[in-house]
Design a protein around this ligand. Sequence first.
Ligand SMILES: O=C(O)[C@@H](CO)OP(=O)(O)O
Length: 332
Amino acid sequence: MAACTSQQALISVKPRCASASFGPDRRAGSVRFVSATSCCPGSRKLGLVCASNSQSSVIEPAKLPSSPESGSNPKKSSEAALILIRHGESLWNEKNLFTGCVDVPLTPKGVNEAIEAGKRICNIPVDVIYTSSLIRAQMTAMLAMMQHRRKKVPIIVHKESERAHQWSQVYSEETKKQSIPVITAWQLNERMYGELQGLNKQETADLFGKEQVHEWRRSYDIPPPNGESLEMCAERAVSYFKEQIIPQLVSGKHVMIAAHGNSLRSIIMHLDKLTSQEVISLELSTGIPMLYIFKEGKFIRRGSPAGPSEAGVYAYTKSLAKYRQKLDGMDQ
Ligand SMILES: O=C(O)[C@@H](CO)OP(=O)(O)O
């Protein structure tokens, strides 16, 4: 299994073993993500040390909406995993084209990235999956789940029409127990890139100037022509996260979200309380999973699980360790 290399880690990561921290590095005015392996290359034991010494901040909870299952009080004891994963490389990433809401599939490299991401989270429980309505995120979620040791079947929930809903019913409780609902939501789509969609990024920079294109791509509140700014994207992605996904975590469900560079940057900005200055330098690599633990109403950032043999991942929480033991038991 391919280990997480610094190239795979979330963007230009500086070696940081000395500080042994995970998640955004706020030094030098930029935000970088550091993964477990890039922090402690090749060392299981150190991985553990990193995990327990990590400065993973406990993030003040976003105002929690009331959950149908828990009323307005989050269950104090509930603890749930939240996995975020940007889709693998798409055919338009490969061609360096602005993609936005254009629905393009993964490249073979992207397929591989999704499979490798799946190996890295194959021991982490997943009860419900959220993806955007775009095929590259859905492919990523499905390919990743094919690697999961629990071998539950991810099934897309169709609610676009009454007939779609009716015709996709499952009539066996046992089969339902062996399935994972996959909920698709346009709110998790990539930022709509307006009139840049389909244009080559380099050619656009040559035409309009590097600064202008950088402003369109990475400013917080300046939209590209007839498209969405990151702020506009965050408005719908974070509202959806608060209204639909947090209640699942509150009720103790383990959630995976497969989405896009900008919709995930918006959600991470919310979870990690990044400022609009910090978020503009946050870059996410394709196909790298990131783990948060939701506990007692707070999000604890746990970086990027390195792989199924990485001991540190299972020291994150007692319930993750137990889940892994259960999987080991099922294999025997
Ligand atoms: O083209 C896009 O849709 C996005 C993500 O690939 O590009 P950017 O890096 O500008 O956010």
